[in-house]
Design a protein around this ligand. Structure first.
Ligand SMILES: *Cc1c(COP(=O)(O)O)cnc(C)c1O
Length: 341
C-alpha cells in the first residue's frame, strides 16, 4: 500500500491521529465483538470509574516495516498476557488474549499507510488500553469497560545520534513492595509525574527509583527497566516484584544468553554496587536500549566508562542484535515476529 507523505525521520514521540482504531465494550459480564471505527473520541459519563478512581490500564508496542517489506509487530502475545495480569490486579475484566493479538493486527492493517518505511528509524506505535466506563461514586470496580487500540507514527528514538542519559537517584518512590508497580496502570504514571518534572527542572533525564522498603536496591525508571554490564561482560538486571516486567528486557536477556553467549544474572541489585558496573542502559519498547552515561546520587556521581558520547560495547551488541531481529536482518526465535501483511 502507498504510504502517506510524512517526514518520517523527523517525527517526534507525539500523538498523531491515524484513520482507524478498534473499540470493544464490556457490559453485563461480556465483551462485545468490537469494531474498527474512524471516531477518535470517547464519550463516557462524567462519573465514569476511570475519571473518579483511575481504573485504567494500558500496553505499548510497535509495528514496523522489515527489510523485505513486510509489516510486522514484536511479541504481541506478551503484551496481551501482561494486560491480563494488569486487569486482574485492578479488578477489571480480562480482554481475551487471542482477540487482543487479532485486533492489534487488524488496527495496524487498517492504518498500514502510516507504518513507516524500512530504514526510516520511525515506527507505528500501538496503544491498547482499557478503562472503567460506567458511573462509579462509591469506591468499587466499574461494571462496564471500554477496550481500545489506537496507533500513532513515532519518529526514531535516537534522532541525531545516541546521547547517553544522565539520571538521578530519586527520593520519591514509584511502587510499594506489595503495590501495583508490576502492572502497566496509568496510576503508576500519575504518581511519577511530579518526580519527572522535578528531575527535568534539575537537569536530569530520568529518575532511578529504589525499592521503597529499604531504599538500597535499584528498581527501574518511570518507564524503563535497567540493564547493567559488569567489567567482565556479564549482564546484570534487577529482580523485584515491584518492577514492571519489560518485554524488551526479557527479550534482551534471551539475546544475551542465546545469541551473544553472555552470562546473565537476574537478581537484586544494590545501589552500592552500581559504581562497579562498566555499562548501564534503560530498556523499553520506545528506545530498545538507551545508554546511561552518568547516575547522580545526591551529588555523588557515578560515571560509566562507556562515557557520554556513545553506547557501551556490550550495550551496542545487545541493541544491534535485538533491532536486527526486529527488522528481519537476523533470524528471530520462534514466535517473536508476528507478520501483519
Ligand atoms: C512499559 C514499561 C516498561 C517497558 O516495558 P516494555 O514491554 O519493554 O516496553 C518498563 N517500565 C515501566 C514502568 C513500564 O510502564
Amino acid at each position: 500500500m502507498e504510504k502517506v507523505n510524512l517526514d518520517w525521520s523527523n517525527l517526534g514521540f507525539g500523538y498523531m491521529k491515524t484513520p482507524n482504531r478498534f473499540v470493544s465494550n464490556y457490559k453485563d459480564g461480556c465483551w462485545d465483538k468490537g469494531a474498527l471505527t474512524t471516531d477518535d473520541t470517547v464519550t463516557i459519563s462524567e462519573c465514569a470509574g476511570v475519571l473518579q478512581y483511575a481504573q485504567t490500564i494500558f500496553e505499548g508496542l510497535k509495528a514496523y516495516t522489515t527489510k523485505d517489506g513486510k509489516i510486522v509487530t514484536f511479541r504481541p502475545d506478551l503484551n496481551a498476557a501482561r494486560m491480563k495480569d494488569s486487569a486482574k490486579r485492578l479488578e477489571m475484566p480480562v480482554y481475551p488474549e487471542d482477540r487482543f493479538v487479532e485486533n492489534v493486527v487488524n488496527v495496524v492493517e487498517a492504518n498500514s499507510e502510516y507504518v513507516p518505511p524500512y530504514g526510516s528509524g520511525a515506527t507505528l506505535y500501538i496503544r491498547p488500553y482499557m478503562f472503567g466506563s460506567n458511573p462509579v461514586i462509591g469506591v468499587k470496580p466499574a461494571d462496564e469497560y471500554q477496550f481500545r487500540i489506537f496507533t500513532t507514527p513515532v519518529g526514531p528514538y535516537f534522532k541525531g545520534g545516541v546521547h547517553p542519559l544522565t539520571i538521578r537517584v530519586c527520593d520519591f518512590d514509584r511502587a510499594a513492595p506489595n503495590g501495583t508497580g508490576h502492572i502497566k496502570a496509568g496510576l503508576n504514571y500519575a504518581m511519577s509525574l511530579h518526580a519527572i518534572v522535578d528531575a527535568h527542572n534539575q537537569g536530569y533525564d530520568e529518575n532511578m527509583y529504589l525499592d521503597s522498603e529499604t531504599r538500597t536496591k535499584v528498581e527501574e525508571t518511570g518507564g524503563a527497566n535497567f540493564i547493567f554490564v559488569t567489567k567482565d561482560n556479564k549482564i546484570v538486571t534487577p529482580k523485584s516484584k515491584s518492577i514492571l516486567p519489560s518485554i524488551t528486557r526479557r527479550s534482551l536477556v534471551h539475546v544475551a544468553k542465546e545469541y551473544l553467549g553472555l552470562e546473565v544474572e537476574e537478581r537484586e541489585v544494590y545501589l552500592d554496587e552500581v559504581k562497579d558496573f562498566a555499562e548501564c542502559g534503560l530498556c523499553g519498547t520506545a528506545a530498545v536500549i538507551s545508554p546511561v552515561g552518568k547516575i547522580v546520587d545526591h551529588g555523588k556521581e557515578i560515571c560509566f566508562s562507556s562515557g557520554m558520547n556513545e553506547m557501551g560495547k556490550i550495550t551496542k551488541k545487545l541493541y544491534d542484535t535485538l533491532t536486527g531481529i526486529q527488522m528481519g536482518i537476523i533470524e528471530a526465535p520462534q514466535g517473536w515476529i508476528k507478520v501483519i501483511k
